[in-house]
Design a protein around this ligand. Structure first.
Ligand code: ATR
Length: 284
């Protein structure tokens, strides 16, 4: 999709938005690929997300990244033109206008897939434990299955939400049922190749209450949250014998790269931008 507007204007929209790294990432991608663009942060009022989106595009804006708490609202706004990934995630993080129509995609799952590949833990044929059943988990279930994992087990503190997510996915894609299961945190027991924390527990400084002994040989513990230090989940996993641990900074840059590719038709190189962002985070 190429934008006809002369001043190519993009932004990330959320509330709060002050700490968003998206302008930093997109400006580096633009330098790397020779695109001229402007990328801002927009704080939308909680009660007028649709109005702010409409005004942005009416003024010639080319594309928006959408973050907390508006991804479900963006899904509703773009419901006439959603990608399959957005439909299955029930959420949109990338908006653009094509022939006067608002289009939406969800690139979070692609960001995770690319990061797992970068880390040498591509999901194909792996046994994966996904912890959490909120919006963050929902966005990555289909991409992980699509990435060819052998088994995906969703566990959540409130087991019922894990079962609901399981039902949602298999009702849309019945053939996936044989590789997907769900339960409570206590049902996490097993020997997993990859354990992904998609809960918001790290924000509260406590890891999810998972049983010990989850990590198979060579296993990766991946936290979708990131920070200056290893997250509580990563620290817990290291103590419990995970071979590798990673936070979600690479997923953040990966989802941005996938949005950039939709908007500009060119896929940027994630690695140098991830490196620069890590340095920036450490010195903050
Ligand atoms: P998000 O969009 O970030 O996923 P959410 O929809 O509010 O946010 O979901 C938060 C997720 O983190 C849920 O899976 C939640 O578990 P519950 O459904 O039982 O609430 C999970 N979560 C939050 N804090 C947690 C904690 N301390 N331990 C385990 N799970 C936690």
């Amino acid at each position: 999709m190429t934008c006809a507007s002369l001043s190519k204007h993009y932004a990330v929209i959320g509330n709060p938005i002050e700490h968003s790294r998206s302008p930093f990432i997109h400006e580096l991608f633009a330098q790397q690929t020779g695109q001229a663009l402007r990328y801002d942060k927009i704080k939308a009022p909680l009660d007028d997300f649709p109005g702010v989106v409409a005004a942005f595009f009416a003024e010639g804006g080319c594309g928006l990244n959408v973050t907390v708490p508006f991804k479900e609202a963006a899904f509703v706004l773009a419901q006439a033109h959603l990608s399959a990934r957005a439909t299955l995630a029930g959420a949109v993080n990338t908006l653009w206008m094509e022939q006067g129509q608002l289009h939406g995609c969800n690139t979070d799952g692609l960001g995770l897939l690319h990061d797992l590949e970068r880390l040498g833990h591509a999901p194909a044929n792996k046994k994966i434990l996904l912890v959490g059943a909120g919006g963050a988990a929902r966005g990555v279930v289909f991409p992980l299955l699509d990435g060819g994992c052998a088994q995906l087990h969703i566990v959540n503190r409130t087991a019922q939400r894990a079962h609901q997510l399981h039902q949602h996915v298999i009702s849309h894609m019945p053939p996936l049922a044989s590789r997907l299961s769900a339960g409570g945190l206590a049902d996490a027991a097993g020997s997993w190749d990859i354990v992904i924390n998609a809960t918001s527990s790290s924000l509260g400084q406590t890891p999810p209450d998972l049983p010990a002994g989850l990590y198979g040989p060579q296993a990766l513990a991946y936290d979708m949250v990131y920070g200056q230090q290893p997250t509580p989940f990563m620290q817990q996993a290291e103590k419990q014998g995970a071979h590798d641990t990673a936070d979600g900074l690479g997923m953040l840059v990966g989802q941005a790269a996938a949005s950039f590719a939709i908007w500009h038709g060119v896929t940027p190189n994630v690695e140098p931008v991830l490196h620069a962002l890590r340095q920036h985070l450490r010195s903050a």
